[in-house]
Design a protein around this ligand. Structure first.
Ligand SMILES: NC(=O)c1ccc[n+]([C@@H]2O[C@H](COP(=O)([O-])OP(=O)(O)OC[C@H]3O[C@@H](n4cnc5c(N)ncnc54)[C@H](O)[C@@H]3O)[C@@H](O)[C@H]2O)c1
Ligand SMILES: [Zn+2]
Length: 359
């Protein structure tokens, strides 16, 4: 088991990464001084697969768990569902000291985290991420939110957990398409800030796809370290944390214009390609580095092109509407593998040109 300490001005906490760690959650909670009642928020699928493992460990540590299930799906990351959670929490008589354990992917983490942040002005939160995306991305950083109307993550806050436990063993039951979704973020972390991680992924792509336990643990650990380091420096997302958005400006736009038929990780992969090409055309990124990144994504099984989407709609979605065609937007660029930086020098014309290359 590896431990990452997230040092913040207030509310520092630890992230534990390791296979089989679900069995030790109870002990870890007791070490933090938690006792008596705890609430587990999860969905039926994850509960069926992993709920009992968690429950056994809680019971063994003398904790009494109450279960709340939320239906599976992004559409339940809503204010309405948060409202139901408040009712259930009060029915169970959750108090201000009663910990909420979010067991699941990013949807559960964001929703249960949002409820924990707001119920009684905040109750202790423990994140137990069970998707690759949630382990390497959403469970670190303290962003919790729900969607509203057509707007994603529009109502939320920053709320740091007391503890994050990433049991890499839970990924064994994850659908391959969900694994790829998280892998795009892992590759992104290597590309923007960790050349060694990128090289390790390049060499070990087969180990990764066969879910080699040691390899997976190491890669997830390093990926979380990168996110944690940035969060430490910019907890409230006022500057530096923007580099985590590498590939996401174009990625989000593609995701939205496709009506979410293109999944987040796939859209981000295309966005990573676009940002690399833009960086190269601006004379910043060497061609060989750009090619290595594209090859890596392809070997991983992620897309590097798209089809059936209107480039001008993607441009609009990024905020380059017709009136603003000469306007500049913040964009994360790459100097080399492991060296991302923020620029407002990217011209919309160049973005459009690169998007047309990628059809
Ligand atoms: N808070 C943040 O900083 C942040 C960052 C990135 C993404 N997000 C959010 O994360 C969400 C996406 O998260 P996600 O990709 O984990 O999706 P998800 O939570 O919907 O999980 C994907 C699917 O995998 C299932 N699942 C979860 N764990 C499993 C397991 N171990 N075995 C088998 N199936 C399992 C889920 O039930 C679901 O059907 C989005 O809402 C996004 O906005 C938040
Ligand atoms: Zn992302």
């Amino acid at each position: 088991v590896k431990t990452i300490k997230v040092n913040l001005i207030q509310n520092s906490y630890e992230i534990k990464v390791g296979s089989g760690f679900l069995n030790l959650v109870g002990d870890e909670l007791v070490k933090l001084g938690m006792k008596g009642k705890v609430i587990v928020i999860t969905n039926p699928k994850v509960n069926h697969l992993w709920g009992e493992h968690l429950n056994i460990s809680l019971r063994a540590a003398g904790l009494h768990a109450s279960l709340i299930e939320v239906p599976d799906g992004e559409e339940y990351k809503s204010l309405e569902q948060a409202g139901k959670l408040y009712e259930q929490l009060s029915e169970i008589r959750a108090e201000r000291v009663t910990p909420v354990l979010a067991l699941g992917g990013g949807v559960i983490g964001d929703l249960a985290g949002f409820a924990a942040a707001t119920y009684m002005r905040g109750v202790p939160l423990v994140q137990i991420p069970t998707t690759l995306l949630a382990q390497v991305d959403s469970s670190t950083g303290g962003k919790v939110a729900v969607n509203h109307g057509r707007l994603k993550n529009i109502i939320g806050t920053f709320y740091q957990p007391k503890l994050v436990i990433a049991d890499t063993g839970t990924l064994r039951t994850l659908a391959p398409v969900e694994f790829l979704n998280g892998l795009a973020e892992v590759i992104k972390h290597g590309v923007i800030l960790d050349r060694d991680l990128f090289q390790k992924l390049e060499r070990g792509i087969q180990q990764l796809k066969s879910l080699d336990e040691g390899f997976l643990e190491d890669v997830i650990y390093r990926s979380i370290c990168i996110k944690a380091e940035i969060v430490e420096k910019d907890e409230r997302d006022t500057g530096l944390r923007n580099v985590l958005n590498y590939g996401h400006t174009v990625g989000h736009a593609i995701e939205t214009v496709s009506d979410f038929k293109i999944k987040h990780g796939n859209a981000v992969a295309i966005g990573i390609v676009a940002a690399g090409r833009i960086s190269q055309k601006m004379g910043i990124l060497p061609q060989s580095a750009r090619e290595r990144i594209e090859l890596m994504l392809q070997k991983a099984g992620l897309p590097v092109k798209f089809s059936d989407l209107d480039v001008m709609r993607i441009m609009d979605m990024m905020g380059y509407d017709k009136k603003k065609i000469d306007g500049k937007l913040r964009f994360v660029l790459l100097r080399n593998i492991g060296e991302a930086f923020i620029s407002d020098e990217v011209s919309p014309k160049l973005i459009e040109q690169v998007l047309r290359e990628l059809i």
